[in-house]
Ligand binder design. Sequence first.
Ligand code: NAP
Length: 248
Amino acid sequence: MIDERKIALVTGGGRGIGRAIALELGKKGYSLAINYSRSADAAQKACSLVRATGQDAQAFQADVSDPSQVREMFKNISDTMGNVDVLVNNAGITRDNLMIRMKDEDWDKVISSNLSSVYYCSREALKKMVKARWGRIINLSSVVALIGNAGQANYVASKSGIIGLTKTMAREYGARGITVNAVAPGFIETDMTSVLSEEAKNSMLAQIPLGRPGTPEDIAKVVSFLSSDDAAYITGQVIAIDGGMTMC
Ligand code: NAP
């Protein structure tokens, strides 16, 4: 458990991997700000589950691809809970297609939701973390950022951009006691992957030495470690959590 009361913000924390991260951080003693854009009921349910572990949790609606909504959300969190000590940039979407069929709006939507959102949220969080001389930022990238993936040009570009942004933030703010790392999940069972065909799922499973898909909890445990003081000397890293799928 953490010694003092710290506040963690998980973007897209009401569902899937984000929800598991919020619950795990709650178990570690963090107060949780759970962001959502559309899934209000899921976010409230996630808050109830965190509160059941004895920690404070509140839901904050904002589309993190919109910088003015992000600014407003950080102000609301600061006014009601306090400054964000741990930021988990988890929110993400897919709009898959082959490049020659991809619509510009699907390119723009994925880049703004997955990559620009990390820039907007981290910029707001860093202002206070720099003053506090302590902070943790953990970004959700993907193994496809390391190896590419046909049919996901927009998504892969966004997740690769997150890696460059992670390393740059780590260099800019390391001297202020702030660590910035990325995790790169492989094939994790959530709503995002439930839409894949059985053929696509089986093809991915065949590439996983551990022989099973990952769970949101597999990701949450590593994010929780990276948010802790035990990970104080780790920054600018990308940790693949993929059952051995990539081994880059
Ligand atoms: P998911 O089940 O589809 O959940 C996505 C989450 O992102 C939801 O909570 C959603 O909230 C939120 N979100 C999306 N757009 C948002 C926006 N503009 N503003 C605020 N919240 C937004 O996805 P997941 O599988 O848990 O994925 C979580 C993260 O892990 C994503 O970044 C994803 O790219 C990454 N990842 C997943 C896998 C995998 O196999 N599942 C693998 C590699 C990386 P609302 O419903 O409220 O919009």
